[in-house]
Ligand binder design. Structure first.
Ligand SMILES: [Fe+2]
Ligand SMILES: [Fe+2]
Length: 157
C-alpha cells in the first residue's frame, strides 16, 4: 500500500472514534442517572456515580476522543480530501474546546458536595450539546462518504 493512500489509517481511526462514541454514551447515561438522583435530593451516591468521578472520567475520555478526531488521520484526512467540509470541521473543533472548558468549570462545582444540585442543569445541557455534536459529526461523515458514492456513480461503477 502506498504511503500516499490515507485510507487504511483513516478507517482504523474511524473504528477507534466509533468505539469511543459508544464508551462515551455509557458515561453520559451514568451522568444522567446522577442528575436524576440529585434532582430528588439524593446525595449519598455510589462512588462510581459521584459527579466528580464521572466528570473526571468524561474529561479524560473526551480529551482522548477529541485528540483522535482532530488528528491528521481523521479530520485532517477529511479536510484534505474534501476541502468544502473544512468549515464544518472548524465548528466541530470549536465545540471540542467549549465542551472541555465547560467540564473544567463543572469539576470545580463538583468538588463541593454542598453545590451538587447546581450541576443538574449545566450537566444536562452538556449532555445535549455532546449528542448534538456527535450528530453533526455523523452528518459530516455521511457527506464525506456520500462524495465517494457520487464519484463512483459518475465513473459508472
Ligand atoms: Fe467531536
Ligand atoms: Fe465524536
Amino acid at each position: 500500500m502506498s504511503i500516499a493512500t490515507p485510507f487504511p489509517d483513516f478507517f482504523g481511526r474511524l473504528t477507534t472514534v466509533r468505539s469511543q462514541h459508544e464508551h462515551l454514551g455509557v458515561t453520559l447515561r451514568c451522568l444522567d442517572s446522577t442528575c436524576d438522583a440529585l434532582e430528588i435530593g439524593r446525595t449519598s451516591l455510589p462512588v462510581e456515580f459521584r459527579p466528580k468521578v464521572l466528570l473526571t472520567a468524561l474529561r479524560h475520555d473526551l480529551g482522548e476522543h477529541f485528540d483522535a478526531e482532530e488528528s491528521d488521520g481523521h479530520f485532517g484526512t477529511i479536510a484534505k480530501e474534501e476541502p468544502r467540509l473544512l468549515p464544518g470541521i472548524v465548528d466541530l473543533k470549536g465545540d471540542h474546546a467549549a465542551m472541555l472548558d465547560a467540564i473544567d468549570g463543572l469539576l470545580l462545582v463538583a468538588s463541593d458536595e454542598s453545590r451538587w444540585l447546581e450541576l443538574v442543569v449545566p450537566v444536562r445541557r452538556l449532555i445535549r450539546a455532546l449528542k448534538a455534536h456527535e450528530r453533526a459529526e455523523a452528518l459530516l461523515l455521511q457527506e464525506y462518504f456520500g462524495r465517494g458514492e457520487v464519484s463512483l456513480r459518475a465513473a459508472g461503477s
